[in-house]
Design a protein around this ligand. Structure first.
Ligand code: ATP
Ligand code: MG
Length: 425
């Protein structure tokens, strides 16, 4: 480790080792299943896009664009950026491929990159699962994706997550409110922290989003957007709460929830927990009805959310609510001598042909029976198959039980597939 320090991974970008990949696989499988349950389809897009896409979509005065993007020039001198989020990419892909001629219910999963200060639950390369819906403007889809997110937690066995919702209204209502809000903050200019003083001119709504504890009291007394909504947005929000109430989904209205990205309007929401320390938001999203047009497509209503998968996984492990996928072999194949080793390699292939689900590990590199059994035991396999010269000559194989005291059996190789089927169930 120390020797290769200069070649170690980049801070905030972590390896996922075999002890953890079993959990990731279960998490991914469960998430995919729920998305299938609702008829959503997967979309994949590149990890690198033109920098201008993110600047235009996310907004110049946001944490992401101001200070978190991995931006570089490629060999042609074009400015490229490692994707910090998926929504902009999804919109770009949808426009370019003509997907928005009809309603679309999409999801994606994969790594995102943000140059933040690494800490628990906050990394420079992290994974999101995101859902994006296009072409549907009524509140029923807002309700559906919230119900779907609730089902994700339910199926993963997670508890202790709270849904917070708010409405940002139309862009006109927001412009109006922005004025009211900046008047309020201007009156309290000296109480603003440095970041907020700067944001007062560029984006006063983001002051509400401040994580600085010194700003809490000031933000609590700030005028709230829900009191200044346009009529359509008010009706949309009322419909959403009615649908959620009717479906029995519990939520809190958080009037100070504004989200860190510029593109949202109307419904915004977050799923939060107090079980992950400071990084308590596991899922966040909202409606972004003007983004498609802003990126150059035809006007298309849209809504989506993204979940931080590392945070979900931390919660799953803290609550022990899933077992990792068992990656141990079921069977360990031992052989003695060159002839048997050669036969073993071929036998394992025959077994894999006949039993596609079988996890069989063939011992490599020879050694005594004793040392091979040690490895078999350590592998976690339930059964060992032993091929010695004798077995090869007689077309047999010895079966040993590694996790019980059952006596070993001698099996004919022709019967082996049937026997393994019986043993493995
Ligand atoms: P935060 O306020 O925690 O910085 P955000 O508003 O920047 O979050 P979004 O852009 O909405 O986050 O991303 C959606 C989700 O992705 C977050 O709720 C979180 O679970 C996860 N996420 C965001 N940034 C990171 C990160 N650097 N490391 C791990 N997960 C992250
Ligand atoms: Mg952030």
């Amino acid at each position: 480790m120390a020797k290769t320090a200069s070649l170690s991974a980049i801070r905030g970008m972590n390896d996922t080792l075999p002890v953890d990949t079993g959990y990731w696989q279960v998490l991914e499988q469960q998430l995919r299943q729920v998305l299938r349950n609702y008829g959503y389809q997967e979309i994949r897009f590149p990890i690198v896009e033109k920098t201008a896409l993110f600047k235009r979509a996310i907004g110049e005065v946001t944490d992401i664009v101001e200070k978190e993007m991995y931006t570089f020039e490629d060999r042609n001198g074009d400015s490229l950026t490692l994707r910090p989020e998926g929504t902009a990419c999804c919109v770009r892909a949808g426009i370019q491929n003509g997907l928005f001629n009809q309603a679309q219910k999409l999801w994606y999963m994969g790594p995102m990159f943000r140059h933040e200060r690494p800490q628990k639950g906050r990394y420079r390369q992290f994974n999101q699962i995101g859902v994006e819906v296009y072409g549907l403007s009524a509140a029923d889809i807002d309700a559906e994706i919230l119900l779907m997110s609730a089902r994700l937690w339910k199926n993963l066995g997670l508890s202790g997550l709270t849904l917070q919702i708010n409405s940002l209204g139309s862009s006109e209502a927001r412009a109006n409110y922005r004025q009211i809000l900046s008047d309020y903050y201007r009156e309290h200019f000296d109480a603003l922290d440095e970041d907020s003083q700067r944001r007062l001119e560029s984006n006063p709504l983001r002051i509400l989003d401040s994580k600085n504890p010194d700003m809490i009291a000031l933000n609590q007394n700030a005028p709230i957007l829900l009191d200044h909504l346009d009529d359509d947005s008010k009706a949309h929000f009322d419909k959403l709460t009615e649908l959620l109430d009717n479906a029995g989904l519990v939520y809190e209205i958080n009037p100070r929830l504004v989200r860190g990205l510029d593109y949202y309007n109307r419904t915004v929401f977050e799923w939060v927990t107090d079980q992950l320390g400071a990084q308590g938001t596991v899922c966040a999203g909202g409606r972004y009805d003007s983004l498609v047009e802003q990126i150059g497509g035809k006007a298309t209503p849209a809504i989506g959310f993204a979940c931080g998968m590392e945070r979900l996984l931390a919660l799953l492990q803290a609550q022990s609510s899933i077992d990792p996928i068992d990656a141990h072999p079921q069977v360990y194949l031992i052989s003695m001598g060159d002839v048997a080793a050669k036969a073993a390699l071929a036998l394992a292939e025959q077994l894999r042909d006949a039993l596609p689900e079988l996890a069989i590990m063939t011992h490599m590199g020879g050694g005594s029976f004793k040392s091979q059994f040690k490895k078999a035991d350590k592998s976690g396999a339930r059964f060992a198959l032993v091929l010695g010269e004798d077995e090869v000559a007689k077309q047999q194989v010895t079966l040993k039980f590694l996790r019980s005291d059952d006596p070993q059996q001698t099996l004919e190789q022709v019967d082996l597939v049937a026997s393994l089927k019986g043993l493995l169930g």
